[in-house]
Ligand binder design. Structure first.
Ligand SMILES: [Zn+2]
Length: 258
């Protein structure tokens, strides 16, 4: 398995083999650099690819590929302009979704947060600040980000959040340690839409719909107008093809996090 632990162990082993080669077989010192480079490259890629489960275990999809259900998820809200539009569309299509909200934004837009809950969608923790430096924070600081967000949700909604999606999908040993101090369950995605990049609506729609399989978790962001338009078309596609859009709670109801 491509885990931080396994790759670190393998890199150390390769380093000592290279060291023996240098000491006893007149090998070049360059051989000592290669295991270090291997470790660095694997760890850099693993930290940015939550689907690898490199640092921590996250759920990326339902294990049931025969399911006709998919979970649409929105990160980075609540957004005062786009989240209400998204909620309207979901309501019109009688669809459920999941919103991984930023704690600070929850405090700014408590009424939108309450509406998300009232309309039956799942809410999750997406850190308090969503700082671009999150990958460099120590475990205590990350723990306080997670705890503060859960406290804000508890104060506004009277609800304990159970799900966590890492900001930027970045994971590392400090995030793993912080997460272990909470009862949050990490959730990733199996389809990344790239809706925050300057790509056309048509491209995003095609990218998602051509990949859809039963049990998928789709990553979108409720912060952009383009996503609102893509959602409308995506829900129509799901309906026409006999798919059901459900919350992460419903999709993963029977599954354990082991
Ligand atoms: Zn985010």
């Amino acid at each position: 398995m491509l885990s931080f632990r396994n790759i670190t162990g393998l890199s150390i082993l390769l380093f000592f083999i290279a060291l023996l080669g240098v000491l006893f077989a007149e090998g070049s010192y360059i051989w000592l650099i290669l295991p270090c480079l291997f470790w660095l490259v694997m760890t850099a890629i693993g930290s940015f690819h939550i689907s690898w489960n490199y640092h921590l275990h996250a759920t990326h999809r339902s294990a049931n590929k025969n399911s006709r259900q998919v979970a649409i998820t929105f990160d980075d809200g609540p957004d005062p302009t786009n989240t209400p539009k998204i909620l309207d569309i979901l309501k019109n299509h009688r669809a459920s979704a999941s919103f991984f909200c930023i704690g600070k934004r929850m405090q700014e837009y408590p009424e939108i947060l309450k509406r998300i809950q009232r309309e039956g969608h799942t809410l999750g923790n997406h850190t308090y600040t969503h700082s671009v430096n999150m990958g460099f924070f120590g475990s205590q600081r990350i723990f306080s980000e997670l705890k503060r967000t859960n406290t804000v949700a508890q104060e506004i909604l009277g609800k304990h959040l159970q799900w966590y999606r890492p900001a930027f999908g970045v994971t590392n040993p400090a995030i793993k340690k912080a997460l272990e101090q909470t009862d949050l369950r990490a959730v990733g995605w199996s389809i990344r839409s790239y809706d925050t990049l300057p790509l056309s609506e048509a491209f995003l729609y095609k990218r998602i719909t051509k990949r859809i399989q039963g049990g998928d978790i789709i990553l979108l962001h409720d912060t952009g107008e383009k996503t609102v338009a893509v959602l409308e078309r995506l829900l129509l596609f799901l309906q026409q093809n006999g798919w059901e859009a459900v919350s992460v709670d419903t999709l993963l109801k029977e599954e354990t996090n082991d």
